[in-house]
Write a protein that binds this ligand. Structure first.
Ligand SMILES: *[C@@H]1O[C@H](CO)[C@@H](O)[C@H](O)[C@H]1NC(C)=O
Ligand SMILES: *[C@@H]1O[C@H](CO)[C@@H](O)[C@H](O)[C@H]1NC(C)=O
Ligand SMILES: *[C@@H]1O[C@H](CO)[C@@H](O)[C@H](O)[C@H]1NC(C)=O
Length: 351
């Protein structure tokens, strides 16, 4: 039975893989699994559970069917962990500004904050993830108040985010390990706020740079990508995104020796520092990085004063990186996402 399903899945993939279109993001109509069960969470009204963690705890270990956890409007003050043995969870709100998962907790890059995903096949839709540490220091954050304060920590392969907000100051999205896709998301922070050894595409996302100052204004860092060798397949790709904010930032600094970050077709406001990138602990070894900007526009995309070690890959190599199909979905895992995600788009797109 299992092998029949695999054969069906593979033939489905062959038929549909050509439908993926990078410039418009992924179409959930190319996904085909069904949701087997939905549970509802609300801490006020009628619901199956009062906390998100209780809903997660109700899912059996070794779960093999997609389960949706629907979050009613509200602010959920919780510190949540999705354990490794509970894959195939879809967590959905219906308006990110009204469904907020938050926690005030800073200091540990691998465990602070409201949300940690240790399981494969996790999907989140229309939810805000927020580390409320330091959230009152606006508009300019004093540098001495900056601490590592993730809004989400991803340690597993295969995660898919749509319409989510990620808000903090440092290490906002701890994209530590595995292949992840973010579409129509908003990510806010000041320092290293998208960081780790993840292999991810950020499609049509807004990147918001917060202001930091000690005596004078300081420049932060949008990314701190941790690719560690020539063989390491990780990297962060930003396609058709918008960078804005009220601070200043580098596009990235090298968290490890072969750090890889691509900005493609991205609109960058003047928040980007002219040199663009920082070698951090790898001065003299910049040739190992893959830092790329292609078809970007806006004041911040002016390359006149960029570091000389930006890379200029061939069109073919760039296509490989910006296409989900080649960069993060070679084995077709995305087709195993629930087809009911199609309702995110126009009703007529449901097949
Ligand atoms: C979500 O909520 C905000 C704040 O109330 C509102 O302005 C916005 O229109 C809502 N979005 C949708 C899609 O309903
Ligand atoms: C976080 O990292 C520390 C230091 O490497 C380690 O001791 C700890 O177990 C890690 N915690 C988690 C939750 O992975
Ligand atoms: C780029 O962003 C700026 C705001 O920072 C906006 O005014 C402009 O219209 C955008 N350009 C395009 C082509 O979207």
């Amino acid at each position: 039975m299992k092998s029949l399903i695999t054969i069906l899945a593979l033939s489905f993939l062959c038929l549909t893989s050509s439908l993926f279109v990078s410039s418009h993001g992924l179409e959930p109509k190319d996904f085909y699994k069904d949701i087997s069960k939905t549970v509802v969470v609300s801490h006020k009204g009628k619901a199956d559970f009062k906390t998100i963690q209780a809903a997660i705890d109700s899912i059996p270990s070794g779960n093999k069917n997609w389960i949706k956890i629907y979050l009613k409007h509200g602010t959920y003050n919780e510190k949540i962990v999705i354990p490794k043995e509970k894959p195939m969870i879809v967590m959905q709100g219906n308006n990110a500004s009204k469904v907020v998962i938050q926690y005030n907790d800073a200091g540990l890059s691998n465990s602070s904050g409201p949300f940690r995903v240790n399981a494969e096949y996790f999907v989140a839709i229309d939810i805000t993830f927020k580390n409320t540490y330091c959230s009152k220091s606006t508009p300019i954050i004093p540098y001495k108040e900056i601490k590592v304060a993730p809004s989400i920590i991803l340690t597993a392969d295969k995660a898919w985010f749509y319409g989510c907000n990620f808000i903090s100051v440092q290490d906002t999205v701890a994209d530590l390990l595995g292949r992840h896709y973010f579409e129509n998301c908003y990510i806010e922070g000041a320092i290293d706020f998208i960081w780790g050894g993840g292999q991810s595409i950020y499609q049509n996302c807004i990147i918001y740079v917060k202001a930091v100052a000690s005596k004078a204004m300081l420049a932060g860092y949008i990314t701190a990508q941790g690719r560690g060798s020539e063989k390491d397949t990780s990297g962060f790709v930003f396609n058709n995104c918008e960078i804005k904010g009220d601070g200043m930032a580098y596009l990235g600094r090298a968290y490890r020796s072969h750090s890889r970050v691509v900005f493609y077709g991205t609109n960058m406001s003047n928040v980007i520092v002219p040199q663009g990138w920082d070698a951090w602990y790898y001065k003299g070894h910049e040739y190992k990085f893959t830092y790329v900007e292609v078809n970007c526009i806006g004041e911040g995309a002016n390359k006149k004063k960029r570091v000389r070690w930006e890379k200029h890959p061939s069109a073919k190599d760039i296509d490989f990186l910006i296409e989900p199909k080649s960069f993060i979905d070679k084995d077709g895992w995305m087709a195993f996402l629930p087809s009911s995600l199609a309702s995110l788009y126009s009703p007529s797109s449901i097949f």
